[in-house]
Design a protein around this ligand. Structure first.
Ligand SMILES: [Zn+2]
Length: 195
């Protein structure tokens, strides 16, 4: 119904009708795939971001065939690639602890122990969360997560420096960058379909 109003309003350039339909459609709880389909049909590019982000939290195996058809091959492809890039980033971060070596502080008395505690704690605590199959920690959440962890044996100042290193490191903001690139790719594709 609202989709029909929007269709007619756009054909006959009735701005009030479009605004009415857009306003009410946005309030509806529609599936992200349907939302993206409508954004493509009506060239409403602002509608891509929210469902795209929701799709990042959905297991692709849970999408129905109807969802996939609504997304279309090109968009589905962007979504799968975006998910894969993110997964690769998380795995890489889990695999190798950020290096502690070059951050030795003059306040540290036993940096060798710091390194061991850090490496061990990273693998046992942080990696485990990064690789969690259903509720992984986001890369940008790692700094706060590490900050709250107990790394007994590690000098406090060394731990604090690592938290700061992670907080300021681009690699731990990779998800945001990758998702923004995915959203931009979908919008760019939708624009190619406009006459
Ligand atoms: Zn140290």
């Amino acid at each position: 119904m609202l989709v029909n109003i929007l269709k007619l309003s756009q054909i006959y350039m009735i701005d009030a009708g479009s605004a009415y339909a857009i306003h009410h459609l946005e309030l509806q709880q529609m599936s992200p795939a349907h939302h993206i389909e409508l954004s493509r049909m009506f060239s409403i590019h602002d509608w891509v971001e929210d469902p795209f982000r929701r799709l990042m939290d959905i297991d692709l195996a849970d999408l129905t065939e109807d969802d996939e058809l609504k997304l279309g091959y090109k968009v589905y492809r962007i979504i799968t690639k975006t998910k894969e890039y993110i997964s690769k980033q998380r795995k890489s971060a889990a695999q190798v602890a950020p290096p502690l070596t070059f951050l030795e502080s003059y306040e540290c008395v036993d940096h060798k122990t710091c390194r061991e505690v850090w490496k061990d704690g990273w693998w046992k605590k942080v990696s485990k969360r990064l690789l969690h199959p259903t509720q992984p920690i986001l890369l940008r959440e790692v700094a706060d997560y590490v900050s709250g962890l107990d790394f007994t044996g590690m000098t406090a100042v060394c731990k604090a420096e690592m938290v700061e290193f992670i907080r300021n490191n681009e690699g731990f903001r990779a998800e945001d960058t990758i998702i923004q690139q995915g959203i931009a790719a979908v919008v760019a594709y939708h624009k190619t379909l406009e006459m």
